[in-house]
Ligand binder design. Structure first.
Ligand code: 8GT
Ligand code: MG
Length: 333
């Protein structure tokens, strides 16, 4: 791609090209005035019969995704729609094919949705979506509707930094909208770590942010917080190391680790580095293509990490990520 000439606005994000053999499926998130989301149930005799899905269908040859979604929602529900923002594109590998589930918001519609193909419809409160049995690629979509689109991984206090300085930086990250925090403290002794964690927990609770402790299962359990497993710890785990109601996440670098994380019931994973970062010297980064190659083999929500910040959230979503996780990118104002 040639760089944009000076004085011109940056060009729009390149349209993702379907890899050979991928079936491009477009689906809409239709929300009513009460904030409920419309799901449709796949009818008997079709693949994945009985599962609930976002209404939509396959893009036909020569059709734009936008035209395909408008057509599908007219055929299936009898409504005329105005499309809103893209939510995310989930690349997914099934035993028989490669899918790209391209999910768009629906800004407005005319008509009353009805099941024109005999499918049952349900208007679902967002918080109840995880209770509906949906196809695997919908799991990250539901997470994108409900959970934070960025996750702060804390740096330890710098040399000479007081605990108060570190806590003030955490507070300002929370004030900027961080709602998911991984407490990572390499090189800090246990008693100082515990003290910082106790204070961080108070700040996070006050902001309504979720807090997960990196690596230390005992500390996580004692303090009733979530746990994040670095890849080496993940590989040692034979069973979920925290209670079901405590958040659990893991860092994964390959498909095997993602499978382990999923089998343990991790709520989400961190995958990267997408771009080179000072934290992983000598690693060139897996790039978005490498990220998608891992994403398509798993169904749990995944944050992309490595040289990313809030400006990269839309791009991350277009590659199937929940959003981005970052140390520096979210710590520094
Ligand atoms: N519409 C829709 N399809 C989904 C979702 N999640 C998901 O995996 N899919 C998959 O994407 C494909 C969509 O195909 P479809 O059967 O709805 O296609 P369609 O409306 O064009 O119907 P047709 O091919 O039966 O005529 C199916 O394999 C379906 O399982 C979703 O949330 N919405
Ligand atoms: Mg359909």
């Amino acid at each position: 791609m040639t760089p944009d000439p000076p004085g011109h606005p940056p060009s729009a994000l390149p349209q993702p090209v379907d890899p050979p053999g991928a079936t491009h499926v477009v689906a809409g998130v239709i929300v009513d005035a009460r904030g409920r989301v419309l799901l449709a149930r796949r009818t008997a005799g079709r693949e994945l019969a009985g599962l609930w899905e976002f209404p939509g269908g396959k893009v036909e040859p020569g059709e734009t995704p936008e035209a395909a979604l408008a057509r599908e929602l007219d055929e299936e529900l009898g409504i005329e729609v105005e499309l809103g923002d893209p939510l995310m594109v989930v690349p997914h590998l099934t035993p028989t094919r490669r899918l790209r589930l391209d999910v768009r918001g629906i800004r407005a519609w005319r008509g009353t949705p009805k099941g024109y193909e005999g499918q049952a419809l349900a208007w679902v409160q967002p918080g109840a979506l995880p209770r509906y049995d949906m196809p695997d690629p919908d799991r990250p979509v539901v997470a994108a509707l409900l959970q934070p689109d960025h996750c702060l991984v804390t740096p330890p206090p710098g040399p000479g930094d007081s605990d108060a300085t570190w806590l003030a930086a955490l507070e300002s990250a929370l004030a900027r909208g961080v709602r998911r925090v991984q407490f990572r403290m390499p090189g800090i002794d246990r008693s100082r770590r515990q003290q910082l964690l106790a204070n961080a927990a108070l700040h996070c609770a006050a902001a309504g942010a979720q807090l997960l402790v990196n690596g230390d299962a005992r500390l996580a359990c004692e303090s009733g917080l979530g746990l994040h497993l670095p890849a080496a710890r993940l590989r040692e785990c034979r069973a979920r190391p925290v209670a079901d109601d405590q958040p659990l996440s893991a860092s994964c670098h390959d498909a095997e680790e993602l499978k382990l994380a999923q089998a343990l019931g991790c709520d989400f994973a961190l995958v990267g580095p997408v771009h080179p970062t000072p934290t992983h010297p000598g690693h060139g980064g897996i790039g978005w293509a490498g990220f998608e190659a891992l994403r398509e083999q798993a169904s749990l929500p995944i944050y992309a990490i490595g040289g990313l910040g809030v400006d990269d959230i839309a791009a991350a979503r277009s590659h199937g990520a929940q959003g981005i996780a970052a140390i520096r990118g979210l710590w520094e104002a």
